[in-house]
Design a protein around this ligand. Structure first.
Ligand SMILES: [Ca+2]
Ligand SMILES: [Ca+2]
Ligand SMILES: [Ca+2]
Length: 188
Protein backbone atom coordinates (compact mmCIF):
# COMPACT_ATOMS: atom_id res chain seq x y z
CA UNK A 1 0.00 0.00 0.00
CA UNK A 2 1.26 3.46 -0.90
CA UNK A 3 -0.02 6.61 0.79
CA UNK A 4 0.61 9.97 -0.89
CA UNK A 5 0.63 13.19 1.11
CA UNK A 6 -0.96 15.91 -0.97
CA UNK A 7 -2.64 19.11 0.14
CA UNK A 8 -5.54 18.77 -2.31
CA UNK A 9 -5.50 15.00 -2.69
CA UNK A 10 -5.53 15.14 -6.45
CA UNK A 11 -2.61 13.05 -7.66
CA UNK A 12 -2.33 10.16 -10.09
CA UNK A 13 0.17 7.39 -9.33
CA UNK A 14 1.71 4.98 -11.82
CA UNK A 15 4.54 2.45 -11.76
CA UNK A 16 7.27 2.35 -14.36
CA UNK A 17 7.14 -1.45 -14.24
CA UNK A 18 4.99 -3.38 -16.73
CA UNK A 19 4.48 -6.23 -14.23
CA UNK A 20 2.78 -4.03 -11.62
CA UNK A 21 -0.02 -1.51 -11.54
CA UNK A 22 -1.29 1.08 -9.08
CA UNK A 23 -4.92 0.72 -8.03
CA UNK A 24 -6.55 3.65 -6.24
CA UNK A 25 -8.27 2.43 -3.07
CA UNK A 26 -9.38 5.74 -1.59
CA UNK A 27 -8.10 9.27 -2.09
CA UNK A 28 -4.31 9.30 -1.74
CA UNK A 29 -4.10 5.54 -1.05
CA UNK A 30 -2.90 3.27 -3.81
CA UNK A 31 -2.50 -0.48 -3.84
CA UNK A 32 0.38 -2.01 -5.79
CA UNK A 33 -0.92 -5.07 -7.64
CA UNK A 34 0.64 -7.58 -10.01
CA UNK A 35 -0.37 -7.61 -13.67
CA UNK A 36 1.17 -10.98 -14.45
CA UNK A 37 1.95 -14.14 -12.55
CA UNK A 38 5.42 -13.77 -11.03
CA UNK A 39 7.91 -16.61 -10.94
CA UNK A 40 10.26 -16.63 -7.96
CA UNK A 41 12.59 -19.17 -9.57
CA UNK A 42 13.33 -16.84 -12.49
CA UNK A 43 13.42 -13.65 -10.42
CA UNK A 44 13.26 -13.30 -6.64
CA UNK A 45 12.89 -9.52 -6.31
CA UNK A 46 11.52 -6.59 -8.30
CA UNK A 47 12.24 -2.87 -8.04
CA UNK A 48 9.16 -0.73 -8.57
CA UNK A 49 9.44 3.01 -9.12
CA UNK A 50 6.20 4.74 -8.16
CA UNK A 51 5.56 8.10 -9.81
CA UNK A 52 2.80 10.38 -8.51
CA UNK A 53 1.86 13.46 -10.51
CA UNK A 54 -0.54 16.36 -10.29
CA UNK A 55 -4.04 15.45 -11.34
CA UNK A 56 -5.16 17.70 -14.18
CA UNK A 57 -8.44 19.57 -14.07
CA UNK A 58 -10.49 18.39 -16.99
CA UNK A 59 -13.04 21.00 -17.92
CA UNK A 60 -13.90 24.67 -17.93
CA UNK A 61 -15.90 27.13 -20.00
CA UNK A 62 -15.46 30.40 -21.87
CA UNK A 63 -17.92 32.82 -23.43
CA UNK A 64 -17.78 32.98 -27.22
CA UNK A 65 -16.08 36.12 -28.54
CA UNK A 66 -13.78 36.39 -25.52
CA UNK A 67 -10.60 38.32 -26.37
CA UNK A 68 -7.36 36.57 -27.33
CA UNK A 69 -5.01 36.11 -24.37
CA UNK A 70 -7.76 35.82 -21.73
CA UNK A 71 -7.02 33.53 -18.76
CA UNK A 72 -9.57 30.69 -18.61
CA UNK A 73 -8.57 28.37 -15.78
CA UNK A 74 -5.66 26.55 -14.26
CA UNK A 75 -5.54 23.03 -15.70
CA UNK A 76 -3.19 21.83 -12.99
CA UNK A 77 -4.23 21.02 -9.45
CA UNK A 78 -1.06 22.35 -7.89
CA UNK A 79 0.76 20.40 -5.29
CA UNK A 80 3.49 22.44 -3.65
CA UNK A 81 5.61 19.41 -2.70
CA UNK A 82 5.60 18.08 -6.24
CA UNK A 83 6.33 21.53 -7.68
CA UNK A 84 9.38 21.95 -5.47
CA UNK A 85 10.77 18.53 -6.27
CA UNK A 86 9.98 18.22 -9.95
CA UNK A 87 10.69 20.09 -13.17
CA UNK A 88 7.26 19.47 -14.64
CA UNK A 89 6.24 21.40 -17.73
CA UNK A 90 2.96 21.37 -19.64
CA UNK A 91 1.93 21.67 -23.25
CA UNK A 92 -1.25 21.16 -25.26
CA UNK A 93 -1.95 19.00 -28.28
CA UNK A 94 -3.00 19.92 -30.89
CA UNK A 95 -1.47 23.40 -30.71
CA UNK A 96 -4.17 25.00 -32.89
CA UNK A 97 -7.09 24.26 -30.52
CA UNK A 98 -7.55 27.96 -29.76
CA UNK A 99 -6.07 27.56 -26.28
CA UNK A 100 -2.53 27.45 -24.93
CA UNK A 101 -1.18 26.38 -21.57
CA UNK A 102 1.57 28.14 -19.67
CA UNK A 103 4.32 25.49 -19.47
CA UNK A 104 5.18 26.33 -15.86
CA UNK A 105 1.97 27.43 -14.14
CA UNK A 106 -0.54 25.26 -16.03
CA UNK A 107 -2.76 28.29 -16.68
CA UNK A 108 -4.82 28.08 -19.86
CA UNK A 109 -5.34 31.14 -22.10
CA UNK A 110 -7.25 31.77 -25.33
CA UNK A 111 -5.29 32.13 -28.58
CA UNK A 112 -8.33 32.91 -30.74
CA UNK A 113 -11.90 34.15 -30.37
CA UNK A 114 -14.32 31.26 -30.20
CA UNK A 115 -17.66 31.19 -32.04
CA UNK A 116 -20.29 29.02 -30.35
CA UNK A 117 -22.29 28.85 -33.58
CA UNK A 118 -19.26 27.15 -35.20
CA UNK A 119 -18.49 24.81 -32.29
CA UNK A 120 -19.84 24.66 -28.75
CA UNK A 121 -17.06 22.60 -27.23
CA UNK A 122 -13.29 22.30 -27.68
CA UNK A 123 -11.30 19.29 -26.53
CA UNK A 124 -7.53 19.08 -26.43
CA UNK A 125 -4.90 17.17 -24.53
CA UNK A 126 -2.67 18.54 -21.82
CA UNK A 127 0.59 16.70 -21.51
CA UNK A 128 2.79 16.96 -18.43
CA UNK A 129 6.43 16.13 -18.86
CA UNK A 130 9.25 15.85 -16.39
CA UNK A 131 12.75 16.53 -17.73
CA UNK A 132 11.57 15.73 -21.27
CA UNK A 133 9.88 12.45 -20.26
CA UNK A 134 6.13 12.30 -20.85
CA UNK A 135 4.43 11.58 -17.53
CA UNK A 136 0.76 12.29 -17.82
CA UNK A 137 -1.72 13.00 -20.61
CA UNK A 138 -5.27 14.15 -19.94
CA UNK A 139 -8.07 15.29 -22.16
CA UNK A 140 -9.42 18.77 -21.28
CA UNK A 141 -12.81 20.01 -22.47
CA UNK A 142 -13.77 23.67 -22.71
CA UNK A 143 -17.43 24.48 -23.24
CA UNK A 144 -18.13 27.61 -25.30
CA UNK A 145 -21.06 29.50 -23.80
CA UNK A 146 -23.44 31.57 -25.88
CA UNK A 147 -23.72 35.34 -26.21
CA UNK A 148 -26.47 37.10 -28.14
CA UNK A 149 -24.41 37.88 -31.26
CA UNK A 150 -26.99 36.97 -33.93
CA UNK A 151 -30.21 38.75 -34.84
CA UNK A 152 -33.37 36.84 -35.62
CA UNK A 153 -34.01 36.37 -39.35
CA UNK A 154 -37.23 35.60 -41.17
CA UNK A 155 -37.09 32.50 -43.37
CA UNK A 156 -38.65 34.43 -46.30
CA UNK A 157 -38.99 38.11 -47.25
CA UNK A 158 -42.80 38.18 -46.85
CA UNK A 159 -45.59 36.07 -45.43
CA UNK A 160 -49.04 35.99 -47.03
CA UNK A 161 -52.23 34.51 -45.62
CA UNK A 162 -55.68 33.88 -47.00
CA UNK A 163 -58.60 35.22 -44.92
CA UNK A 164 -62.18 34.59 -45.86
CA UNK A 165 -64.39 37.69 -45.76
CA UNK A 166 -66.78 35.70 -43.62
CA UNK A 167 -64.12 35.07 -40.95
CA UNK A 168 -65.08 35.96 -37.43
CA UNK A 169 -63.11 38.50 -35.43
CA UNK A 170 -60.21 36.74 -33.68
CA UNK A 171 -59.84 33.98 -36.32
CA UNK A 172 -56.29 32.57 -36.55
CA UNK A 173 -55.05 33.55 -40.07
CA UNK A 174 -51.49 32.23 -39.96
CA UNK A 175 -48.18 32.31 -38.17
CA UNK A 176 -45.14 34.50 -38.64
CA UNK A 177 -41.86 33.05 -37.39
CA UNK A 178 -38.15 33.81 -37.38
CA UNK A 179 -34.95 31.86 -36.75
CA UNK A 180 -32.15 32.79 -34.37
CA UNK A 181 -29.03 30.62 -34.17
CA UNK A 182 -28.29 31.68 -30.59
CA UNK A 183 -29.64 29.57 -27.77
CA UNK A 184 -31.76 30.06 -24.66
CA UNK A 185 -32.80 33.65 -23.94
CA UNK A 186 -30.51 34.84 -26.77
CA UNK A 187 -32.33 32.71 -29.32
CA UNK A 188 -35.80 32.19 -30.73
CA1 LIG B 1 -21.18 33.58 -32.57
CA1 LIG C 1 -30.00 36.20 -30.95
CA1 LIG D 1 -24.26 33.21 -30.06
Amino acid sequence: MVKVNSKDGSVICTTGNENFSMVKVISNHYKVTTRVQLDRESRSSHVIVVVCEDQLNRSSHVEEGTEVGTFIFNAVATDLDLKENGEISYYTSPTHSGFRIDPVSGEVFTTMRQDREMRSQVTFEVIAQDGGIKRLKTSVTINITDINDNSPVFPRPEFSFYVSKRSLVGTDVGHVFAFDVDVGLNGP
